[in-house]
Design a binder for this molecule. Structure first.
Ligand code: HEC
Ligand code: HEC
Length: 254
């Protein structure tokens, strides 16, 4: 409102009784009525002014909630975007859009009047925020991949990490199953357990908003595992043999 000063709304004073000094900086509907009851349009007495303030706030809240919700979804997608495997260029673009969305939202929130200071501008900013947040959301939309990991003998491989580019996308559950979100495209994922690579799940096609079900994924026991197995068996035999020899020596001495 042009030519309406902060003090006009925030420092309404009256001789009273009761005497109102306006020093609380609290806008009173009585202040609105000074200009709007019989003066500037829209026509409002004190009660109508009070109702108008609530109405303006309510309208702002509706826009604020939906913008805030989308900005928060956009924010979590952005945080996961590297892990989800989106290229740097897409992530940079998403970040600039997110900044516009977030800044516009914060602008309205931080103003503190819940839209009363400038209802039209507040609504436009929140619509803009919503729009930009939705652009981030569609730019960073993922697909899902799911399946069950088993070894050569058909046993579930649990606690295995499914990884790409050093990111742990998911850890398999007790029955070997897994599900995770990823950017669309064709990818190869590594399967790692206890710091050893068990193998890879290659050429997985991820489709936006869809689930790629890989069913049972068999990873035969790799050479590394077999080597370890042989080592354990051989060293057990050697330890037992040494123990028997030492025991024999003791019996003979006695
Ligand atoms: C048309 C009347 C009007 C004018 C002019 C106005 N305000 Fe407000 N202002 C309000 C209303 C109504 C609220 C919401 C008060 C509430 O929620 O109790 C508010 C809220 C605020 C708040 C938030 C208060 C809080 O408790 O968080 C601040 C800060 C503020 N105004 C500062 C200003 C400043 C600075 C100016 C001048 C540049 C100004 N206002 C001009 C009506 C006005
Ligand atoms: C100092 C006088 C003055 C005070 C105090 C005042 N207004 Fe206004 N208001 C105006 C004038 C003048 C206009 C019309 C010119 C304009 O829109 O810039 C207006 C316009 C409006 C409009 C229409 C805006 C639009 O864009 O259609 C609303 C709604 C409004 N005021 C609400 C309020 C409320 C609520 C308060 C109290 C919190 C208040 N005003 C306090 C002078 C005042």
């Amino acid at each position: 409102m042009e030519n309406v000063l902060c003090a006009d709304c925030h420092m309404y004073s009256a001789e009273g009784p009761p005497r109102v000094t306006g020093h609380e900086f609290k806008p009173k509907p009585e202040a609105c009525a000074v200009c709007h009851d019989g003066g500037a349009p829209p026509q409002m007495d004190v009660a109508q002014s009070a109702a108008k303030i609530l109405e303006l706030k309510d309208a702002t809240h509706d826009h604020l909630y939906s913008a805030a919700e989308n900005v928060s979804v956009a924010s979590s997608l952005l945080l996961l975007s590297e892990e989800h495997g989106f290229p740097q260029t897409v992530r940079d673009q998403a970040l600039s859009l997110f900044e516009l969305a977030n800044y516009s939202l914060i602008f309205v929130e931080a103003d503190g009047s819940e839209g009363v200071h400038n209802p039209t501008y507040a609504r436009d900013l929140l619509n803009f925020s919503n729009e930009k947040a939705n652009e981030v959301i569609s730019l960073l939309a993922t697909g899902s991949v799911q399946g069950k990991l088993k070894d050569g003998s058909g046993n579930a491989i649990k606690d295995a990490r499914i990884m790409r580019d050093g990111y742990v996308l998911v850890i398999t559950t007790a029955n070997g199953s897994f599900a995770f979100g990823h950017s669309p495209g064709v990818f190869t994922f590594d399967v790692v357990k206890d710091d050893r690579t068990l193998g890879e799940i290659s050429d997985v096609e991820v489709v936006e908003e869809e689930t790629t079900d890989l069913g049972t994924v068999n990873l035969p026991l790799v050479a590394d595992d077999f080597g370890l197995y042989v080592l354990i068996v051989v060293s057990t035999i050697v330890i037992v043999a040494i123990a028997l020899v030492l025991y024999g020596i003791r019996i003979r001495k006695a």
